[in-house]
Design a protein around this ligand. Structure first.
Ligand code: ZN
Length: 275
């Protein structure tokens, strides 16, 4: 029999994810099982939902002592951050890396908490995957009537991770669009950059993704994006040229087809870079 609180959960998450007999039912073959004493079920359940098919989550009635979440997972399938940190999987991996690849003692005082800290940082650095540009690019028409001049935002700072070395690259974004009846709050452009920066990225793709998201969500007459970045993978290793700036640009609509519009944008970028 399902307990009443399990029924309530089951409406939000498909029943398949929940095990009715929390106490006795053994996990299906090939699945591993852990009990997580303090981890709230909701936090891991939505992660589980998106990641691994043969996974179940169950919780004891949330009374005193605190609820216990039990997670069954397939160790051969990738699992997300929240789940893997709840299971301590990521923790082991980082410890292993420190010990076997770097040759350091992961138990030494300065390193003992490093796996935990590193995973927390990595979770933040890649938090853009959980965000959808459409959610922040809610447009409004009030104030946009008849405005068909360029809207420009320059020198938006960002930090990202290069997907080839998982090493930081960072710099400035310059964004412009010419509205066709829809505008967006200026702070949203900075947030749009964040969404794509907080992922494993390459600069070229990130430039195109920002421009595509603008075209898709604002349907402007045109959009343009320039990124100027320093890549630490290049500066600290490889060619070891410090301070090299890599510039990429994506031009859409009138920015691509009209020489004057493009020139105006490029001069705004140049001026913004000098400040
Ligand atoms: Zn790199």
């Amino acid at each position: 029999m399902r307990r009443p609180h399990m029924e309530r959960r089951s409406r939000r998450y498909t029943p398949r994810q929940f095990v009715s007999d929390y106490e006795t039912e053994p996990p299906a073959e090939g699945l591993q099982q852990v009990n997580i004493p303090t981890h709230p079920l909701d936090q891991i359940a939505d992660t589980v939902l998106h990641i691994s098919e043969p996974v179940s989550v169950a919780t004891k009635k949330p009374t005193n002592p605190p609820p216990v979440s039990r997670v069954r997972y397939d160790p051969n399938r990738p699992i997300g951050f929240r789940l893997s940190s709840a299971l301590g999987v990521g923790h082991e991996l980082v410890e292993n890396l420190i010990k076997n690849h770097i040759g350091e003692d992961p138990q030494r005082e300065g390193l003992r908490e490093t796996p935990k800290r590193y995973l927390e940082a990595l979770k933040f650095w890649t938090s853009g995957y959980n965000q959808n540009p459409a959610d922040i690019l809610k447009t409004f028409q009030d104030g946009a009537q008849g405005y068909d001049e360029m809207i420009f935002q320059g020198e938006l700072d960002f930090f990202s991770l290069c997907e080839h070395h998982i090493c930081p690259f960072f710099g400035h974004a310059y964004i412009a669009y010419i509205p066709d009846g829809r505008i967006v709050g200026l702070s949203k452009l900075a947030r749009l950059v964040e969404i794509f920066a907080r992922r494993l990225q390459c600069q070229e793709r990130m430039t195109a993704q920002i421009a595509d998201a603008l075209m898709e969500n604002l349907q402007p007459i045109g959009a343009a994006v320039v990124l100027k970045c320093r890549h630490l993978c290049m500066e600290s290793r490889g060619v070891q040229k410090v301070g090299t700036i890599t510039t990429t640009s994506t031009l859409k609509g009138c920015f691509k087809s009209e020489h004057e519009t493009r020139a105006e944008f490029m001069s705004l970028v140049a001026n913004a870079s000098k400040e």
